[in-house]
Design a protein around this ligand. Sequence first.
Ligand SMILES: [Zn+2]
Length: 327
Amino acid sequence: MSDTSDTTISFSVSHDKDTLQKFIFENAAVRGELVDISVTWREVLSRHEYPTAVKKLLGEMVAATALLSANLKFNGSIVMQIHGDGPVRLLVVECDADLHLRATAKLAPEFAIAEDATLPQLLNAHGKGRFVITLDPLEKVPGQQPYQGVVPLTGDSVAVVIENYMLRSEQLDTKLWLAADDQVARGMLLQKLPHHGGTAEQQALTEEEALETWNRALALGGTLKEEELLSTTIDVLIQRLFWEETIRVFDPMHPAFHCTCTRDKVGNMLKMLGRDEVESVLAEHGSVGVNCDFCGLHYEYDKVDCAQLFTASEPVEAMIHPGESKH
Ligand SMILES: [Zn+2]
């Protein structure tokens, strides 16, 4: 099984587009993905000034969210959040089925953040950090709420937090390698596929083979270090890691930056804040200004706009996006 070395694994990575490459081990026991997000990542960073340690964590979440989105057979958005109780209050990444994504971080104002600060220091200082995944289907049946999984933050890195979540909630053996700096967010995912079919004997045999492939894939992946992931494009990585394996690659996908904010959504958020709050901002400033935390777009509501918000009769959508805030 493992001596097949006559296949070349190749695809190319474009410099003006980001790439996510799915692959599968030939006996279909393990699937994998590699993602290279640099154009999109620099787009995210161009809108914010984050400390180095925050860039690293948010970039790793960007890579991970793209990997999970591409992995799910689900038409909708994934929102991945880490709520922190330390210097970082919130990291949030949203990604849809076409890998359009946006990301933002909220920091507590009173802390200085060291360059080498770790995830536990930044987000779980008092053990109250939480990891939240929301699956929001594109076409909801009436009354359907997005699915949300909330777990305590267990793990010292973004990769381990997600691996723990996947094992606990999805019963899937998943292994992630993530790395990010101020230029690139890269990641690899390996997942052991659930085993199906055959007679009991075949099943036992192939289950054993499947486990063997999984262990071999893990061992190969285990040689991948953070520095190498940061400095090597994924077309080179797949060759370097799996050249001895028989692997099939699929058509590449292309993550891209896209913000879903609209004037209507911001208006709904103001409605949820309530008339009193909005009127007090109006009284003080003459208008209400809201910046989108993801893309930085500014929305302005004057007296007439605000009056219209509160005379419209349709019910307010119950979902509020975590990153959109009033100022
Ligand atoms: Zn926006």
